[in-house]
Design a protein around this ligand. Structure first.
Ligand SMILES: Cc1ncc(C[n+]2csc(CCOP(=O)(O)OP(=O)(O)O)c2C)c(N)n1
Ligand SMILES: [Mg+2]
Length: 405
């Protein structure tokens, strides 16, 4: 046989063998793919989720959706009171639009055991969602927001300083910046005590340009603290876009400077938030140090709302054209509202066969009713007396000096 032909015959035999091997390989891959697909559907049918939040039971998944709805209706009920009841005295920095962030993070935390056992959350001036997701009683919050004597903090705190150590909610904080410094102090104490608790600090995009953000991450990384910084990037600090104070598109990239993981998540998707938080919590509990999570999200209402708000006027919750065109493009607001955290979690759970539409409606109805009743109960609570202002400020009697040991 001609040498050239022999070579080409051998080549064609080789090709046939290769082709047969490739076909076998492709068949195997297709078979494996089909098996995965069938088993995933089987898992869905059994209520086991294939890929998202896979360690959670159906009850826990439904619990996250219920929390999102409870936060939404706490806020909506509060908005209604401001717009319709001239006597209402509470103010609020609304969390509507950002519910999936607090919910996904707190679902990954231990929320019982008091201050020495629960994981600790340090919140911001926008605390309603963090507090409800951590397990703070909504009725007590509603009373506190209206400065009632029987409120969560006896009317001392209002919205911006609520705290409930029984569930590890160490508190809201009206100052932009210093919160994480205090939170890392707690994380240091936890380490010193040998506890396995974890500390989460929530902060906005407005905290990036503060020295506290950077010193916190630096110290947490150096000391490998059980600390998680959840940065809720809702694009604005008050009325300025975050690009005015931060040169990074993804603030999570700042983590690289401190040699710690920086994770970007879709803050509208509670399952993504949960997954990122779970990884960070596991890491922190195992002594592997801090994580920075940046959740991309958006608030729907205006920066804040207070007594006497009137719909359609600047300050009345961001739907008015003046507020929108002066700092947020209307199309931007609408684009984010089209990716609503309530819809995303409800639709996912329905498609996974965990919820049906009727259950979803019942959950929403119950959340709405609970919050209407919470605010109605708060209305009946006694107001503070002026002399109460000095209670709990000074210690009664005498206290032994501790300054020198
Ligand atoms: C030290 C300090 N400076 C200024 C303010 C006024 N202030 C209140 S909220 C806010 C913007 C916060 O923006 P961000 O951190 O992005 O949180 P968001 O309001 O978007 O949730 C500012 C500047 C403050 N509370 N504390
Ligand atoms: Mg912001």
């Amino acid at each position: 046989m001609d040498e050239h032909i022999e070579q080409s015959t051998q080549a064609s035999e080789r090709d046939q063998v290769t082709a047969a091997t490739r076909r076998t390989f492709l068949k195997a891959v297709a078979g494996a793919g089909a098996a995965i697909s069938v088993s995933t559907r089987f898992a869905w049918a059994n209520g086991e989720i294939g890929f998202w939040s896979k360690d959670l039971t159906n009850e826990q998944l439904i619990g996250m959706h219920r929390t999102i709805q409870r936060i939404r209706w706490f806020e909506r009920t509060c908005v209604d009171k401001m717009l319709t009841e001239p006597g209402y005295r509470g103010y609020n920095h609304f969390y509507v639009g950002q519910e999936a962030v607090a919910t996904g993070v707190c679902a990954a935390l231990r929320n019982t055991g008091g201050i020495m056992g629960a994981d600790l959350v340090y919140s911001t001036h926008r605390p309603s969602g963090h507090a409800i997701a951590k397990g703070v009683d909504a009725r007590m919050m509603a009373a506190e927001y209206d400065f009632r004597a029987t409120g969560l903090n006896k009317g001392y705190a209002g919205e911006m300083h609520i705290a409930d150590k029984s569930v590890g909610f160490i508190g809201a904080d009206g100052m932009i910046g210093p919160g994480p410094v205090i939170a890392t102090g707690s994380a240091f104490a936890i380490r010193a005590r040998g506890s396995d608790q974890v500390v989460v600090n929530f902060g906005g995009d407005g905290t990036y340009a503060t020295p506290h953000f950077h010193s916190t991450l630096n110290n947490a990384a150096l000391l490998k603290l059980p600390f998680i910084y959840v940065l809720e990037n809702n694009l604005y600090h008050q009325y300025a876009h975050y690009s005015y104070s931060c040169p990074l598109k993804d603030i999570a990239a700042a983590a690289r400077t401190y040699g710690i993981p920086g994770v970007v998540v879709d803050g509208q998707d509670v399952f993504q938030v949960y997954n990122a938080a779970k990884d960070a919590v596991d890491r922190a509990r195992a002594g592997e140090g801090p994580t920075l999570i940046e959740a991309k999200t958006y608030r729907y209402y205006n920066h804040w709302g207070g007594p006497g708000a009137k719909p359609g006027e600047l300050g009345a919750f961001g739907y008015d054209p003046l507020a929108i065109t002066s700092f947020r493009p209307e199309r931007e607001v609408r684009a984010w509202m089209a990716r609503d955290p309530v819809d995303i979690s409800r639709d996912a759970l329905i498609s996974w066969g965990v919820l049906d539409r009727e259950n979803a409606d019942e959950i929403e109805g119950a959340a709405k009713q609970e919050m209407i009743e919470a605010f109605a109960w708060a209305d009946e609570q006694p107001l503070c007396d002026p002399e109460d202002g000095l209670a709990n400020v000074f210690v009664e009697g005498t206290v032994a000096s501790r300054q020198f040991g």
